[in-house]
Write a protein that binds this ligand. Structure first.
Ligand SMILES: [Zn+2]
Length: 598
């Protein structure tokens, strides 16, 4: 133990009582005494034992002999977009399974996480203005849009609907029309780079812990907007409008312009458009904002506009299931091989690009992690298991489904206002129900923030793990990995693990042009992938996975979540005001002294 640690140790040590000392000594003395206690509950060593030789071998294989871009081209160019429920996604499930087997993994297979909804594919989307001038538009069908069944040519009309009651004025006026739905938004100049990296100041800011808890307001507002859209869609179908054109939303720093179209649940008529009972009731496309703007301005100035549309889409069944791809490198330590470390990301994407950065990137990084470790013929003490999830974009279904089947479940609120919401935004009710394997998984590592290299890791408020990861990244600083933050990050599959008390992590990644241009857009293609960044991410993640598989103990955990106690724990303290208490006592005494009337 180096001197400075001895000093710290004694300073802490002297603070303990003898009784506490006895307990601590007992804990470290014999593993047998703790045979029934999972190793994540035992005191963690001050110093990590790291295999620097393996650090170097992983760096050499992953940086010097990367194959990550070959996986990316096969996945994005050959298989293509991977909307959940689609034939392409099933193809990707099978291809990844076979690649895991080919690289040397064991037990590569698909696991069914349950019924999803409708299978859908965009075959063609053509839309143009035919009067007062001809103009060809950049457009994409909204996911799960029905087809127009051939070309339609019709007058265009813009509807001004901010509230359901605004619909009344359009009764009887929309039959046979192509409807523009959506206010024209600002199109700011792109005066900042669309492609950015985190600088030192931003990384430092990330290490500050925000003390104000985040509300759920934004989710509830978003769901309200979608509820209105669902009503509008039904109204337009009832009025026999032919089809709907919507404007693309914006991206960070004005990125939603210049040909970029964002095309996800927000483009259609409701979050659950993949379910038959919530299906888009008429064809709907999202157009580049500049195309939308031209028609919008003409219509507002009372210039008649006609448009031609031909949307061809294919539905492949109402009850498609979703699958996760799973594969392993088996553990070799007789005592630890039943314990698991998991790594992964989601395999599904939206449909207008090829899902290269969201989340082809996390997929090919996971594949490359497993390829590197197989190539180096590592003999991990614990089993290393990779999982490629699906249904992430619609509500993290694949990861939650897997966790529910293997590790545990968080019952959701059944309050009437909550039952109206899709499951993924419903409040947890608890108590958390655990399966035995929940005690056998050390941690889960996820990549789903685009193509950017890894700059650090979010601890998900797990303070006990901070000194461990700080030591792991020390030899990775030259690769730009510098930051360990207590902060939470959300919106992707590590949350499924975190929800049942398993350490689940997402890395801090350089943003690049993910938020400005590629996330859920028609420009999410192979060209937006940065090969050196992906190679770095695979190396860093492989080292995290390897360290987790090799250390003596499992990673320390946060206390198990107790959503069922949340309300009680947040309730204001009672009898807190000394004055109020006295007044109450006074009143009681007076009441006692008052002679009772019989
Ligand atoms: Zn994603």
């Amino acid at each position: 133990m180096p001197y400075r640690y001895v000093r710290v140790f004694f300073a802490v040590f002297l603070g303990f009582t003898l009784t506490l000392f006895a307990v601590a000594a007992d804990k470290s003395k014999s593993a047998a005494a703790n045979a029934n206690q999972p190793s994540y509950d035992l005191p963690q060593p001050q110093r990590e034992t790291l295999d620097y030789g393996m650090y170097q071998r992983i760096r050499d294989e992953g940086l010097g002999h990367s194959h990550v871009m070959e996986y990316a081209s096969a996945l994005d160019d050959d298989i293509g977009p991977r909307l959940t429920g689609s034939a392409n996604l099933k193809h990707a499930n099978e291809w990844t399974r076979d690649q895991f087997t080919a690289m040397g993994c064991s037990n590569a297979h698909l696991e069914d996480w349950g019924e999803f909804g409708m299978g859908w594919q965009q075959l063609n989307t053509l839309i143009r203005m035919t009067a007062p001038d001809t103009a060809v538009f950049i457009a994409q069908a909204a996911p799960w849009s029905p087809a127009t069944n051939g070309a339609i040519n019709a007058p265009a009309v813009w509807i001004d609907v901010k509230d359901a009651k605004d619909l009344d004025q359009y009764k009887g006026k929309l039959a046979g029309k192509i409807v523009l739905y959506g206010e024209m938004r600002d199109v700011p100049p792109v005066d900042k780079p669309l492609f950015v990296r985190l600088d030192d100041a931003e990384l430092k800011k990330l290490t500050e812990y925000p003390l104000k808890p985040r509300g759920r307001d934004f989710i509830e507002q978003y769901m309200k907007r979608l509820e209105l859209r669902q009503k509008v869609g039904q109204f337009l179908a009832d009025e026999h409008a032919l089809a709907v054109v919507t404007p693309s939303r914006d991206g960070r720093d004005g990125g939603g312009s210049g040909g970029t179209v964002f095309d996800d649940s927000g483009a259609g008529f409701g979050w659950e458009a993949y379910k038959r009972e919530h299906a888009n009731p008429l064809p709907v496309v999202v157009t580049a904002i500049e195309n939308y703007g031209r028609v919008y301005r003409l219509l507002k100035a009372h210039v008649p506009v006609t448009m031609e549309m031909n949307i061809d889409t294919k539905f492949t069944g109402d009850h498609e299931h979703g699958y996760d791809t799973i594969a392993e490198i088996p553990g070799t330590d007789p005592k630890l091989k039943d314990e698991v470390v998991m790594v992964g990301g989601h395999l599904d994407s939206w449909a207008s690009g090829t899902g290269a950065t969201d989340n082809g990137a996390g997929t090919v990084v996971s594949m490359e992690v497993m390829r590197i470790l197989n190539t180096l013929q590592v003999k991990p003490r614990r089993t290393i298991r990779v999982a490629l999830w699906t249904g992430e974009e619609e509500g993290e279904f694949g990861s939650y489904g897997y966790v529910k089947q293997h590790f545990g479940n968080v019952p959701l609120s059944t309050a009437p206002d909550q039952l109206k919401l899709p499951e993924w935004v419903r409040k947890p009710a608890g108590p958390v129900q655990l399966k035995p394997d929940q005690q056998k998984i050390s941690g889960y590592f996820n990549v789903d923030n685009g193509s950017g290299k890894i700059r650090g890791i979010y601890l998900q408020e797990n303070a006990a793990i901070a000194p461990i990861f700080a030591q792991w990244i020390e030899p990775l600083k030259d690769l730009g990995v510098t930051t360990v933050t207590m902060r939470n990050t959300g919106g992707t599959d590590h949350e499924a693990f975190d929800a049942v008390g398993i350490p689940g992590f997402q890395f801090i990644q350089d943003p690049l042009d993910y938020g400005s241009r590629t996330h859920h857009s028609n420009m999410d293609t192979y060209e937006r992938l940065q090969p050196e960044d992906l190679a770095q991410a695979a190396v860093v993640e492989a080292i995290f996975v390897y360290n987790t598989a090799m250390r003596d103990q499992m990673l320390p955990r946060k206390p198990l979540p107790h959503p069922e106690l949340e309300e009680q724990r947040r309730a204001p303290l009672t009898n807190i005001m000394p004055g109020a208490e006295a007044a109450e006592k006074d009143a009681k005494e007076k009441a006692d002294q008052t002679p009772k009337e019989e």
